[in-house]
Design a binder for this molecule. Sequence first.
Ligand code: KIV
Ligand code: ZN
Length: 529
Amino acid sequence: MTAPISPVAADSKIGSGRDNVVIFDTTMRDGEQSPGASMSLEEKLELAKILEEMGVDIIEAGFPIASNGDFQSVNEIAKIVKNSTIAGLCRAHQVDIDRCAEALKPTQRGRIHVVIATSDLHMKHKLQMEPDAVIDVIARSVTHARNLRDDVEWSAEDATRSDRQFLRRAIETAIKAGATTINLPDTVGYTYPSEYADLFDWMTKNVEGADKVIFSTHCHNDLGLAVANSLAGVQGGARQIECAINGLGERAGNAALEEVVMALKVRGDKLPFQTGIDTTHITRASRYVSAITGFPVQYNKAIVGKNAFAHESGIHQDGMLKNRETYEIMTPESVGQAPSSLVMGKHSGSHAFRAKLKDLGYELGQNALKEAFGRFKDLADRKKHVYDDDIIALVDDALARGSEKIRVSHLRVVAGTEGQSAELTLDVDGQAKSAEASGDGPVDAVFNAIHKIVPHSAALRLFQVHAVTEGTDAQAQVSVRLEEDGRIATGAAADTDTLTASAKAYVNALNNLFARKEKSAPAAIASGF
Ligand code: KIV
Ligand code: ZN
């Protein structure tokens, strides 16, 4: 099957060759829709830079009508990103589309992404619309979007549970109205690879005008099939894959970007398509997304898990020593993972530190570098061996902290059989505020002290501790998730002292929660299309 290429896309970098698969990243939109994965504007801007550098074709930066914060993210990202197309999501309403077009104004390369559901279930119960009325709305909304932008994607929400003939009619309507990309989402992660491949095969052969557009996959992972289904979609004729770093997304998540990209790269013999992704940026992107969302990457996660390239058993190690290909189908270097090595100690200078950061994929500005170097020196004083993973945790920690209004400045904890108490000083908007508290365990005492200084009604939903490296002097990486009035915010921090890391992570979550409150939108808009 040959790739359908849109005339609009054929002029741009996107889909410029028949053998290309367009990579559409939705970490900041669908990814952020997963409970607790909220990102600040600064974090999104940094992530957008990483995705652009990585060669992502399209960055879906948000859902502009959903909130002022989402509008601002799309708008600011549209100002700074030059080499990727920026997409904004909208429901099939004129006001959504206008708001999206407004947010995309700063970029030449903007895409309006319009979605409406096409399955009987969604049309009847969610939209409460007759199928003919849905067709009408598709025609009007896509025409309106196309009058504002040349690059318009139309998505048939719940496509995989839609009636095939009706879906064909809906797609033809969208194409006639000017859509340049047609996305057929497996919204609830229900489809099977053979079924999804057949859907694209059938649509690309039977839809009038199919040769004028690019078909796209968008797979959720409810049955753990998102990546397999995305690849099957390509086999069936799709030439765009929508995916997210670390598979972030609603419920069980979206297809993981790193997995689809590496599957295409490693098995080019099976699916002869290329992407524009520089895969050596993958690990950095994965770590950054994990740091800012507080969602840890599972150890055995494909491509980016801590154990993805670890060989423990004697037989495997023996094979590896003789020839790496015995047990490795790709090298760790190809995804930007360097073998963990002992790097530097307390005598290392700032030049060596800067060079190390560069090796690890970080380019920090002068101030950030100075701050990171100071933190590295502190760490080297406390910890015998400083590994790459320690430095990564340290820098990610500083990036995640950004410009916080509340900071931990002093903590003293008494723990043991006689009870636990904490003495804490926080810097709140430049003012030092102190409190003492006891608790049911030292972490509880610390959190109670925070509560005394910053009264709030947020409930603790998650408290997680991981060791960054091996050994009793390893840094602890702590993630905290808070919930208040249905709003969820996460925080993360790393320190050799678990209680200090806990305090910082909690304070980080509070900062994010307060920032989220400032920018938040009515929940009904944020959650429904
Ligand atoms: O899963 C889905 O259907 C979506 C659409 C908005 C593309 O995320
Ligand atoms: Zn989705």
